[in-house]
Design a protein around this ligand. Structure first.
Ligand code: HPA
Length: 276
């Protein structure tokens, strides 16, 4: 890494590397969670940028997370698809977990659409069903904003409406048009990587959570701090611990992600097509 890159900081140097290949800023960032990577293959005129090719990025290590950006068009709109993400449970600092969001903000991208795999707490959320996030609980015991205020971000972002109302409406209309059930709910982010105990799931239910996962919330907080509009979906891959007799396994999470991911892909395509 050159000294000038170091001086620019990891966000700006990665943004510059992306700009060199993608001169026109994308309109939206799409973050694909576990098992949802197939949408990256649907991007037209793709420019692929593996994470490890960007300055300051380590390779991702989780099965089902490819670890690359794909820039191009989807439904005629310019998108930057992020397949794979850095998780706090991998031991990554919060700064790296949210760096892709800061890079998107530095590129001038105004909309972030995030997806994740989650355990269903709400009894309506069967494995394979979809939830539209309309609120969240941060129980990760970390904030990506702790520390000096980053360029373009505010110190105390308002979180009274983290998920954009207009984009949520678009998502609900898209789901309706596709005949795919999509329920609104609150996502709780925990650090992981162990899945929850049944007692923890009972606690999370009492706290108001509908689905539980190990990502997304740090990214949402960071996106809101820089004024990006946010939309997020959970693909429910399993009933949360204690709500079914089946043990939880990451392989099952990835498998359900693959088999039910097509439904989410249909909704995402319509949302992207209709982006304001
Ligand atoms: N808990 C936490 N994270 C998850 C789960 C779960 O049950 N399923 C998929 N990601």
């Amino acid at each position: 890494m050159s000294e000038s890159r170091d001086a620019a900081g990891p966000v700006e140097s990665a943004a510059a590397a992306i700009r060199a290949h993608v001169p026109v800023p994308p309109e939206a960032l799409l973050v694909l969670g576990s098992g949802l990577g197939s949408l990256a293959e649907a991007v037209r005129d793709p420019v692929e940028l593996p994470f490890e090719s960007l300055p300051g990025f380590p390779a991702t290590g989780v099965e089902g997370h490819a670890g690359k950006y794909v820039a191009g068009t989807l439904e005629g709109r310019r998108v930057l698809v992020q397949a794979g993400r850095f998780h706090a449970y991998e031991g990554h600092p919060a700064e790296l977990v949210v760096r892709p969001i800061r890079i998107a903000a530095a590129l001038g991208i105004g909309t972030a659409i995030l997806t994740n795999a989650a355990g269903g707490i709400n009894r309506q959320l069967d494995p394979g069903s979809l939830m539209l996030l309309d609120d969240h609980l941060n129980l990760m015991s970390l904030s990506p904003l702790a520390g000096p205020v980053q360029p373009g971000e505010v110190r105390f972002p308002d979180m009274s409406a983290p998920y954009d109302a207009e984009l949520q409406e678009l998502a609900l209309q898209a789901a309706l048009a596709e005949g795919i059930p999509l329920v609104r709910g609150s996502y709780v982010a925990v650090l992981g990587p162990s899945y929850e105990t049944p007692a923890e799931v009972r606690m999370l239910e009492r706290l108001g959570a509908d689905a539980v996962g190990m990502s997304t919330v740090p990214e949402v907080i960071t996106a809101r701090a820089s004024g990006m509009r946010v939309l997020a979906f959970s693909l429910v891959t399993n009933r949360a611990a204690g709500l079914s007799s089946d043990p939880l396994s990451h392989a099952d999470v990835v498998e359900i992600g693959k088999s039910a991911g097509g439904k989410l892909e249909k909704i995402l395509r319509r949302v992207v097509r209709a982006l304001p």
